[in-house]
Design a protein around this ligand. Structure first.
Ligand SMILES: NC(=O)c1ccc[n+]([C@@H]2O[C@H](COP(=O)([O-])OP(=O)(O)OC[C@H]3O[C@@H](n4cnc5c(N)ncnc54)[C@H](O)[C@@H]3O)[C@@H](O)[C@H]2O)c1
Length: 317
């Protein structure tokens, strides 16, 4: 089976590639533009690990370049797509709104439009918990109202809506609303690795909303286990799934746990900003039923593994 993974040098794309390459009869075709949103060294290191496997082929491609996309689809026979390449990072929205429009809206269109001429059976794409915005009833299910609070969430909502009116009947498009994915090889702009980086440098960390908000943290190994099971499932129509733990963590409590583990406590509480939501907490019964997955990892143990990983690899960040 030939699987295209876009954003293969990124956190989720890399982690899924590693897992899939352990399987028989799987070839991964990966592309990424290696943008500078966060450490390019970290992205290059992930790539260098993937490139050691003969069943992995990398292409440096930008989603905004349709010619490069057409060439790739012409040259490689692709059965399944995992589309992870996007501009992520809610806080980046205020300084670089155009990056979200380019990669997440125009780039998304380019990939869908190019791939529709080829015989792709399943097309999985990353959506986000950000599509929900601030809601009052938790946990949020896939049919809850969508009220994104920022351009990032809006771009993901548009991706889902785009496919409602413009999809190829031969392909099943499966949207994955990820909730705060964390773990080894994670993103340095997200809370846990950001905290650890500040701790290492002994710099003051400004904690939004004094840590009085909640996130449904989802461990990368659980995410990749779910995605590996999803590949083999049949779909009668396009679908959307929450990919979450259904276990919101109060940020203040996570910070106390990290303080305890690292001995660092240079935290300055600041007020909240209007880009970020107060709480994410998703229902996960739909995905659990689909892939028969129920054993979510223990949060503290997974945070401990992330800290251990950071100790070894923090020079890359
Ligand atoms: N990590 C999370 O908690 C989370 C939560 C919700 C949704 N998501 C979504 O999941 C996907 C993967 O997220 P991630 O955490 O691995 O992010 P990431 O930033 O680590 O990975 C994205 C990769 O895409 C590449 N990329 C960006 N724009 C590109 C373009 N125009 N052309 C080619 N490559 C491009 C980047 O260089 C990066 O390596 C993204 O779509 C993100 O929006 C992630």
């Amino acid at each position: 089976m030939n699987i295209l993974i876009t954003g293969c040098a990124g956190f989720i794309g890399y982690s899924l590639s590693v897992k899939l390459l352990k399987k028989k009869n799987v070839n991964i075709i990966g592309f990424d533009n290696l943008n500078k949103f966060y450490s390019v060294n970290l992205k290059k290191k992930r790539l260098s690990i993937l490139k050691k496997n003969k069943n992995f082929k990398y292409f440096k491609i930008d989603l905004t370049n349709k010619k490069q996309l057409s060439k790739l689809f012409n040259e490689k026979k692709i059965d399944v797509v995992f589309h992870f390449a996007a501009q992520a990072g809610v806080r980046y929205v205020s300084s670089h709104p155009e990056k979200f429009i380019q990669s997440n809206i125009l780039g998304f269109h380019n990939l869908i439009d190019t791939s529709k001429n080829y015989n792709i059976k399943k097309f999985f794409y990353a959506s986000s918990s950000s599509v929900y915005g601030d809601l009052n009833n938790f946990p949020v299910g896939e049919n809850s109202k969508l009220r994104p609070k920022n351009i990032y969430g809006l771009s993901k909502k548009l991706n889902e809506e785009y496919l409602e009116i413009n999809s190829n009947k031969k392909t099943k498009y499966i949207g994955l609303r990820f909730f705060t994915v964390y773990g080894e090889w994670g993103r340095p702009d997200m809370l846990i690795l950001k905290y650890l980086t500040f701790a290492k440098k002994n710099k003051t960390l400004f904690l939004n909303n004094s840590g009085n908000h909640w996130r449904d943290f989802t461990y990368i190994n659980d995410v990749t286990n779910i995605l590996c099971r999803l590949i083999n499932k049949n779909f009668n129509k396009n679908e959307i799934y929450n990919v979450c733990s259904n276990r919101p963590i109060l940020i203040k409590n996570l910070i106390s746990y990290l303080n305890e583990k690292t001995g660092y406590n240079k935290i300055k509480n600041v007020s909240g900003n209007n880009l970020e939501v107060f709480k994410t907490h998703g229902k996960n019964s739909k995905i659990r039923r689909k892939v028969n997955f129920s054993k979510y990892s223990n949060f503290n143990k997974s945070v401990d593994s992330t800290i251990k990983w950071f100790k070894k690899y923090n020079h890359l960040i």
